[in-house]
Design a protein around this ligand. Structure first.
Ligand code: HEC
Ligand code: HEC
Length: 278
């Protein structure tokens, strides 16, 4: 009787393990597919934006003759608000109606992709960044000592606001080189003030809210922390574990295969025992 109970409970745990393994596999495949789909949507959105909207709204949504789109939308459902505007346009302004139902050129799907792309510019919720834009965002960056900002959040802000001028890796383009050793004892103060106030007489804008820019103090601190991860003082910077997402890829297979192996071992073991009992 005792043996039966033990056998029963061990078998029960194996079955449970197997089920959990399979569930993990199924969920992770689903979330992986979802992520792929989101990325595809963003890519389509980016392409459509470059072709149709950048001319008025700026390459990065920073605004030109069209309004600034890289901003936080004061709405609970910014997706609906932005979609509605794109579909219908804004009568009496240069902003045309884009939806096919309103005589425009874009399908519903294309507009959804645009909305998705535009909303990645929100400072609170940039959910995705192109791999090629900031590969660093895959890592968990720790801030250099004494720096309060969050470099991981800074990386996202950088990708959507600064990379266009300063290069994806701070290598400098129309903007100055940022991936360098700063010749200052408190480089964070210097960098912070440049970001906040811009550089007079150059295209470097003032980003601080106090100067009419889009970024909060926290945003700027995060950017400073991120920029400093590039400085040569690499001891202070650890690129740690890749950010942990839902389980995907090989860990799942290890779990599933592990569960199978255990199950087979168990079956062999118990059938042997049974034979020896007989
Ligand atoms: C010919 C210039 C032009 C083009 C092209 C254009 N827009 Fe606009 N857009 C404007 C102008 C101008 C405004 C601001 C209108 C106003 O409120 O005065 C605007 C406003 C908007 C707004 C609302 C902004 C807000 O703060 O509410 C959104 C969203 C928008 N455009 C998205 C797009 C998208 C997406 C595309 C490409 C499919 C696009 N626009 C193409 C000129 C343009
Ligand atoms: C439109 C282009 C442009 C954008 C966008 C831009 N910058 Fe700049 N930035 C510049 C230019 C140009 C300079 C060099 C100005 C000078 O010294 O003449 C500069 C200088 C700087 C400097 C000072 C570099 C030094 O060696 O002193 C910092 C720091 C900086 N930018 C950070 C940022 C951050 C952070 C962002 C995003 C929030 C940003 N920039 C976005 C063009 C840009």
């Amino acid at each position: 009787m005792l043996r039966f109970v033990i056998k029963h409970s061990i078998g029960y745990y194996f079955a449970l393990g197997l089920i959990v393994g399979f569930l993990t596999l199924v969920t992770s495949i689903r979330s992986f597919a979802q992520e792929e789909e989101n990325l595809e949507q963003i890519e389509l959105g980016a392409q459509l934006f470059a072709e149709n909207c950048a001319v008025c709204h700026g390459e990065d949504g920073q605004g030109r003759i069209g309004a600034r789109l890289a901003k936080d939308w004061p709405s609970i459902r910014p997706d609906l608000q932005v979609k509605d505007t794109i579909m219908r346009g804004i009568p009496g302004t240069l902003m045309p109606a884009w939806a096919q139902v309103n005589g425009g050129p874009l399908s519903d799907e294309e507009i959804d992709a645009l909305v998705y792309y535009i909303l990645t510019w929100q400072s609170g919720g940039p959910t995705y960044i192109f791999q090629s834009q900031t590969p660093t965002s895959q890592f968990k960056l720790t801030p250099p000592p004494g720096i309060t900002g969050d470099p991981n959040r800074g990386a996202l802000l950088y990708g959507s606001n600064c990379a266009v001028c300063h290069g994806v890796e701070g290598e400098g383009r129309v903007g100055a080189l940022l991936a360098k050793d700063w010749p200052s004892i408190r480089p964070e103060l210097r960098i912070r003030s440049v970001i906040e106030s811009g550089v007079e007489g150059s295209v470097m804008p003032a980003w601080g809210k106090v100067n009419g820019g889009p970024l909060t103090n926290q945003d700027i601190d995060d950017l400073v922390a991120f920029i400093l991860t590039w400085s040569g003082d690499a001891i202070s910077i650890e690129t740690g574990e890749p950010a942990v997402g839902p389980l995907t890829g090989w860990p799942v297979w290890v779990i599933v295969i592990g569960a199978f192996v255990l199950m087979i071992v168990a079956i062999v073991y118990y059938s042997r025992q049974r034979t020896s009992e007989d």
